[in-house]
Design a protein around this ligand. Structure first.
Ligand code: HEC
Length: 122
């Protein structure tokens, strides 16, 4: 129920007219999403695992936006990130990218990595 309210609120907030945006996050395919992420060049700014890079912020672990906001952002951003239209990146391809980013595993605590623990542990 809370999810439904949030989705509806986000859709209104972003003025997304399409019913697609108002629906809960559709099921995506993370494997296809990774391929799309590489193909359209998200990795060039955000890194291959969405970890962030010189030009783009971290967008995985955790994914910073819920689906409707994520969709609205990618379609309408006008800052340092170029918007991606449906022509370049169909909705289903973006759904798959969203699934891919959510599938990126959480980074391990550095203290559990022996080499790093040796250097910064004391
Ligand atoms: C040319 C570099 C560039 C490319 C390519 C790019 N981004 Fe971005 N992205 C950015 C920057 C920079 C930001 C930070 C916001 C800003 O300054 O506009 C951002 C922000 C974001 C955010 C919002 C992060 C937040 O914390 O709110 C998401 C989500 C995102 N990008 C997803 C994507 C996806 C998905 C793709 C590929 C379809 C992509 N980006 C391609 C540069 C890029």
């Amino acid at each position: 129920m809370r999810r439904v309210i949030f989705v509806a609120a986000a859709a209104v907030t972003f003025g997304a007219a399409s019913a697609f945006a108002a629906a809960p996050a559709p099921q995506g395919d993370a494997t296809k999403g990774k391929a799309n992420f590489e193909r359209v060049g998200c990795w060039e700014c955000h890194g291959h695992q969405g970890q962030g890079g010189n030009a783009g912020v971290r967008i995985a672990d955790p994914v910073p936006l819920a689906w409707p906001a994520f969709l609205a952002w990618v379609r309408t951003t006008s800052g340092d990130m170029p918007p991606f239209t449906e022509k370049v990146l169909p909705n289903q391809d973006l759904v798959d990218i969203f699934a891919y980013l959510q599938s990126v595993p959480k980074a391990p605590d550095y203290r559990t990595i022996p080499l790093l623990a040796l250097q910064v542990g004391r």
